[in-house]
Design a protein around this ligand. Sequence first.
Ligand code: BES
Ligand code: MN
Ligand code: ZN
Length: 491
Amino acid sequence: MPSTLTLTLAPADAPQSGTLIALLAEGQEPKGQLARLLAQAGLEWPRVAKAGNFTGKSGQSLDLVAPKGLDSDRLIVCGAGKAEEGAWADRGGAVMARLAAAKAETATVLLDGLAPETVADIAAGLTLRHYRWDKHRAKKPDDPGPALAISLGVDDEKRARTALDDRLATVAGTLLARDLVHEPPNLLGTLEFAARAHELTALGVSVEELDGAEMERLGMGALLGVAQGSARPPRLVIMRWQGGKKDAPPVAFVGKGVVFDSGGISIKQAQGMEDMKGDMAGAAAVTGLMHTLAMRKARLNVVGVIGLVENMPSGTAMRPGDVLTAMNGTTIEIVNTDAEGRLVLADALWYTQDRFKPRAMINLATLTGAIGVALGADHAGLFSNNDELATQLLAAGLLSGEKLWRMPLGPYYDKLIESRFADIKNSGGRPAGAVTAASFLKCFVNDVPWAHLDIAAAALGSPSTETNAAWASGFGVALLDRLVRDHFEAK
Ligand code: BES
Ligand code: MN
Ligand code: ZN
């Protein structure tokens, strides 16, 4: 795919060259601009569709090259699936895939007859699918050219512009999260990540940082236990966006930011260990979300807290058998140093609710391999102590396309992390691995409405969707932006 994308808006009937592309749902006849262009090229619709086996199913497309009577090189009709099924961003993603396959450099997407919000969703899909990570290739892929210019042909440019700008703020956050996750761990350590978070000050976010000594004073023994094996110092970064009333309690988002997870003394196998550069995807999603909310000047108060550490084996690393004391006084027996994310979150969660008294607190973490065993990459795991918040999150998942599946909590699982030597242990072993990790986090949450999202499989490893062709998906930004818009933001 080309490396830069420019999106512009134009009236649907503006003169067009390059590639023309339109969406057509199952069982629908071409209307508006598409109908006019087909007629102009002398193409009789039911006959063309029949000859091309085109019924409008998603995945189908009809490629009419060098159409007579048109200035364009080709006219592509893309199947949009069932008209009543939402997912317009997915359709935008499919359009981008077609444009890339056609090696288009200039294209017009015909979007007349569609609402401004739908146009914005399609534009989001185009942008998200176009994304690729080539920053560290000295030799840039040049297929088919350096730039793709897309004009969106719409009915009402002004209304489309407003909807588009709003929607592209969400996309920008998702792409920032993807960028952070893709960065190699030698180049994005704890301090480099913190510096990236500081860049949000340009958007009006206030950014604060706690170093190891300050965390020591606060008694964050769990987070510091993970950090102690690494040459890189830990950081707790606090990002605040004050878009609401001055003293209104914020919504809090907390992210696991393990910049590299070797497993520590309980070291991981070599196969696939490189993927553990992405063990900060929760922190990346929180940072991306803060970027989005500030960019679109969201009308609420938000705090984003990320715990940045590296999990390494060394002479100073924590050991299996060690007992750590978390900020809330809970003692933790370490039985596996690879169950480190929950230790980072333990102190980050406690600190966040203690200091900010949030209305709701949601954490994101690439916490367990077990969540991928349970759900694959199609849903992230949702654990919550609050049915209302859980319901709102499930709804935001369906609307954003970043789906969640609710998992249980309860005394059976709590029992699995009881320790012989301390209050709790940091792993309950293989059975219900994702659930016992959530049980562990629950020990560091009081009665604030809280949800834990285990995004280990949804955020990493090329979870293939219509809106992502890259390794990291940026999972969580669109979901939580939707949640905020629908349930927490002043209208
Ligand atoms: N970061 C991993 C979880 C993970 C696995 C994220 C695969 C992304 C892809 C986490 O720190 C971890 O190592 N979890 C262990 C827990 C176990 C030791 C109880 C796991 O899932 O095996
Ligand atoms: Mn680990
Ligand atoms: Zn980890």
